[in-house]
Design a protein around this ligand. Structure first.
Ligand SMILES: [Fe+2]
Ligand SMILES: [Fe+2]
Length: 163
């Protein structure tokens, strides 16, 4: 059985994952509004993944006899900058998520909850991937120097190629 403290921490993390999903959907809407459909499609896939992360935490709470409590999800920004700025925002956001997963893992460790630690280990690895992907895209977007040809190439052959 999950302790009340850990249950609370998991519920907070579920909210963060659902907010991530919402944030990436807001970015997708922005990219569609500026005709960058490859970028938008990447964001929609990422939003689906984030919802999946929330549900994965949900299952752990439920499987351990806990109670999922859904928190309010704040309104994401509606205005965004250039693609590079957006991916810098994604990277910063994922770094915050990494820190919050690490704090939750530390709590599970402190409580000696091995099952929660194991479940959170998956998220620790996932965050390594998320930060790696975001950093790579930031660096590649820097290479384009915001030139239309580079942005369109990335839209169609990099972001738009994500399955
Ligand atoms: Fe996530
Ligand atoms: Fe991922």
């Amino acid at each position: 059985m999950l302790s009340k403290t850990l249950q609370n921490g998991f519920n907070d993390q579920i909210q963060k994952e659902f907010y991530s999903s919402y944030l990436y959907l807001a970015m997708a809407a922005h990219f569609e509004s500026v005709n960058l459909r490859g970028f938008a499609s990447w964001m929609k896939l990422q939003a689906d993944e984030e919802r999946g992360h929330g549900m994965r935490l949900w299952e752990h709470v439920s499987d351990r006899g806990g109670k999922v409590d859904l928190r309010a999800i704040e309104q994401p920004p509606a205005k965004f900058g250039k693609p590079l700025e957006i991916f810098q925002q994604v990277l910063e956001h994922e770094q915050k998520v990494t820190a919050s997963i690490a704090a939750l893992h530390a709590l599970a460790l402190k409580e000696g909850d091995v099952a929660a630690q194991t479940s959170l280990q998956w998220f620790v690895n996932e965050q390594v991937e998320e930060e790696k992907h975001a950093s790579e895209l930031v660096e590649q977007l820097k290479m384009t120097g915001d030139q239309p040809f580079g942005i369109l190439f990335m839209d169609q052959h990099v972001l738009g190629a994500r399955k």
